[in-house]
Design a protein around this ligand. Structure first.
Ligand code: MN
Length: 290
């Protein structure tokens, strides 16, 4: 099943090229703040499958092209992200460490944006702002200390994620936390439709130029390993996202360009890059060494 958020936090199931509105089956109205309908739907998903399947079979839909897709989980308790999780990318960045010995960082949920939103470049940055082509694990259950052999029990599904970053030596979180620096979408594909996540080709283009082309079999820390490590530190909750890290080929994005990300069996989305007028503080005004 493919689940989407659309038109200001309505919830939907994708059927072909249509969206079936199932907002009434979530335990949180679309108008609520914070928008936690998807978290609640994920939490009760197994029990909700008969209702969802009945809705998909009986309700009329709207064309996907006529709705505005939002980020699928707008209010996760956290976005966990693994750096240096592909050897070739770690080498291109000159990193000695790898994800299996370094651990992870967090991106704030406020950085999330959706498949119809642009990546907004902050002002006052003389720095290179890069794309990182990633996929994300969507957590399905509250859990702690998950052994790697039990990873399937806690994975709800997968989605696409771009980890945007200002290169430099300042705190990594500050460089990766700008609004719209974490586009996620276009939907969540439930784990049963993806199957084994250890052999997925992922690609990213800027305009028509292929920049990144890799396979999840080259991950340093695989999906079970990422879950085992993160859950050893923190309780994971339904809707939490784990960004798997990027392969080699990261590069700059500039005003007016488009970024397309695709992973097989998950999906694809194309985003605009625009120069914004926010982010005026001078933290990143000086040129820095990537
Ligand atoms: Mn990354």
């Amino acid at each position: 099943m493919k689940l989407v958020s659309f038109d200001k936090n309505r919830l939907g199931v994708v059927r072909g090229q249509e969206v079936i509105d199932i907002s009434d089956l979530a335990a949180s109205p679309a108008e609520d703040w914070p928008p936690v309908g998807m978290n609640r739907l994920i939490r009760r998903f197994q029990g909700a499958i008969p209702e969802l399947e009945a809705a998909v079979a009986s309700r009329s839909g709207r064309p996907l092209s006529e709705v505005r897709l939002g980020t699928p989980v707008p209010w996760p308790s956290k976005v966990i992200a693994y750096p240096a999780n592909y050897h070739a990318h770690a080498q291109e960045m000159g990193r000695e460490y790898r994800a299996n010995t370094q651990g992870f960082f967090l991106k704030p949920p406020s950085a999330l944006s959706g498949p119809n939103d642009p990546i907004v470049l902050p002002v006052n940055s003389g720095r290179r702002i890069d794309h990182e082509c990633e996929f994300a694990i969507v957590i399905g259950r509250t859990c702690r200390d998950v052994h790697r052999d039990d990873w399937r029990e806690v994975v709800f599904g997968y989605t696409l994620l771009i980890d945007a970053v200002i290169r430099g030596k300042e705190e990594r979180v500050a460089r990766k936390a700008f609004d719209t620096f974490c586009p996620v979408g276009p939907w969540i594909v439930t784990a049963d439709e993806v199957g084994e996540p250890n052999n997925l080709r992922g690609r990213l283009w800027v305009n028509d130029e292929l920049r990144q082309d890799a396979n999840t079999r080259d991950l340093v820390l695989d999906v079970p390993g990422m879950i085992e490590m993160a859950s050893s530190v923190m309780t994971l909750f339904p809707g939490d996202l784990i960004a798997a890290g990027t392969p080699e080929g990261v590069g700059p994005i500039r005003d007016g360009e488009t970024v397309t990300i695709e992973f097989e069996r998950i999906g694809a989305m194309t985003l605009k890059v625009v120069q914004g007028d926010t982010g005026k503080f001078s933290l990143f005004a000086k040129e820095g060494t990537p």
